[in-house]
Design a binder for this molecule. Structure first.
Ligand code: NAP
Length: 341
C-alpha cells in the first residue's frame, strides 16, 4: 500500500510543487481545497498533476471536519501549508488571519495527538516571525530573537510555539520549517516579485501601457526558489527526529535591486529619478514605468531579512539548486509564455 500525505494549501504555490514532489515519490496525496468561484486548481493543472490528487473540499475553519479526515486517513505525513499568507491583508483582517494561521494549526495538532499519533506534522513557519530586527542580528537562524510586527507573523509565531509544545509535551513528530521568501512562476499575483516580473515583462512586450505601482522598494529580502524549498519540507519530515529548521538562500537583495535584475534580463534599460514617494523608474524613451504608491506600504514593514541555513545544510544535507538569477529566468519565461492571458 502507498504511503499517504495530506497537504493543506495544495492550491497555493508551495502546495502545488510539494504535491508534484510527493507524487514522484509515489505517495498517495490528499489535498485540502476550499470552495472558490474561480478554478482553484490552475497551478496543479499547470504542473499536469490535477487528476492525480485526492481532493478534500473543506475550509480550515471547519475544525470538526479536519478531525474527521485525520481520523479516517491517518496519513504518514501532514504538511500544513494553508494560510492567510498575504501580510498586508492581515492588517485589515487580524481575527481571520489568526483563525487560519494559528487556531487551525492547534486543531490539526490536537487531532493528530488524539487520533493519529504516528503522523509526522510539518508547519509552514515564516521568516516574518523575526519582524523588527531590533538586536541588529546580521543573519537569522533558529536561535535568533523573534519580534513579529504584523497579525500574520504574530499568528505564525504562536503556531510555531504550539508545534514545539506538542513535540515537547506529547512526544509528537512535529517540525517547523522557518522559510525565508521563496518565489517561482507560480507565486500568487499579489506578491511583489510576481507583480514586478509580470508587469515589466508585459511593459517590455507592449501588453501593459500604464506604470507599475509599488510600495517600499528598499525592503531587503532573502529570496529562494519554491521548488528547492519544498524538497527541504520533505527532508524535514524524513529527518531522524522532529526539529525546527531555517531555510534561506543566505543572500539578500532589495526590491529595487530585484527590479534592476529583471530589467537587465529583459534587456530593458531603466533609470531611477526622485526620492521617497516621488521616486520613479523611466525607460529609455523617458516614459515612467514604475511609481511609488502609499497604498502598497505596510503599516509597519519588515525591512531586513537574511537567513542562515547552516543547520539545515548540516543536518538535512539540503542545498538550494537555484539562486536569484535562474529564479528570475523561470519567472520571466513563464510570463512570456502567458502574455495573452
Ligand atoms: P499561497 O500560494 O498563498 O497558498 C496559500 C494556500 O492556503 C492556498 O492553497 C489557499 O487556498 C490556502 N488557504 C488559505 N486559507 C484557507 C482556508 N481558510 N482553508 C483552506 N485553505 C486555505 O502561499 P505559499 O506561498 O504557497 O506559502 C505556503 C505556506 O508557507 C503558507 O503558510 C505561507 O504563509 C508560508 N510561507 C510562505 C513563504 C513564501 O515566501 N512563499 C515564506 C514563508 C512562509 P486558495 O487557493 O483557496 O486561496
Amino acid at each position: 500500500m502507498k504511503n499517504s500525505a495530506i497537504i493543506t494549501g495544495i492550491t497555493g504555490q508551495d502546495g502545488a510543487y510539494l504535491a508534484q514532489l510527493l507524487l514522484k515519490k509515489n505517495y498517495k496525496v490528499y489535498g485540502i481545497v476550499r470552495r472558490s468561484s474561480l478554478d482553484p486548481l490552475s497551478r496543479l493543472e499547470f504542473l499536469k498533476i490535477k487528476n492525480k490528487i485526492n481532493y478534500i473540499n473543506l475550509d480550515l475553519t471547519e475544525y470538526l471536519k479536519i478531525i474527521e479526515i485525520i481520523k479516517k486517513v491517518k496519513p504518514k505525513y501532514f504538511f500544513n501549508l494553508a494560510a492567510q499568507s498575504f501580510v498586508t491583508y492581515a492588517y485589515d483582517n487580524p481575527i481571520y488571519t489568526d483563525q487560519i494561521n494559528n487556531q487551525s494549526v492547534i486543531n490539526i495538532l490536537e487531532a493528530i495527538r488524539q487520533f493519529s499519533k504516528k503522523t509526522k506534522f510539518y508547519q509552514a513557519s515564516s521568516s516574518e516571525m523575526y519582524g523588527y530586527n531590533i538586536r541588529n542580528q546580521k543573519k537569522l537562524n533558529e536561535n535568533s530573537y523573534f519580534n513579529p510586527i504584523s497579525p500574520y507573523s504574530i499568528a505564525k509565531l504562536s503556531a510555531y510555539h504550539y508545534v514545539r509544545m506538542y513535540r515537547n509535551s506529547f512526544n509528537m513528530f512535529a517540525s517547523n520549517g522557518i522559510l525565508f521568501n521563496h518565489e517561482s512562476p507560480l507565486r500568487g499575483e499579489q506578491f511583489v516579485t510576481k507583480k514586478i516580473v509580470k508587469a515589466l515583462t508585459r511593459i517590455k512586450f507592449n501588453k501593459k501601457k500604464d506604470s507599475l505601482k509599488l510600495g517600499n522598494i528598499y525592503s531587503r529580502r532573502d529570496w529562494g526558489h519554491a521548488k528547492d524549498y519544498v524538497e527541504m519540507m520533505y527532508k524535514v519530515l524524513n529527518y531522524k527526529e522532529a526539529d525546527d529548521f531555517v531555510i534561506s538562500s543566505e543572500k539578500q537583495f532589495s526590491i529595487k535591486e530585484f527590479i534592476n535584475l529583471v530589467c537587465k534580463k529583459l534587456n530593458m534599460p531603466i533609470k531611477w529619478k526622485g526620492k521617497g514617494f516621488n521616486e520613479k523608474a523611466l525607460n529609455n524613451k523617458n516614459k515612467v514605468i514604475i511609481e511609488i504608491s502609499k497604498k502598497f506600504f505596510r503599516p509597519l514593514d519588515v525591512v531586513y531579512l537574511l537567513g542562515d541555513s547552516s543547520k539545515a545544510k548540516k543536518k538535512l544535507g539540503w542545498r538550494p539548486k537555484k539562486d536569484i538569477s535562474p529564479l528570475i529566468d523561470d519567472m520571466i519565461n513563464f510570463e512570456i509564455n502567458n502574455l495573452d492571458e
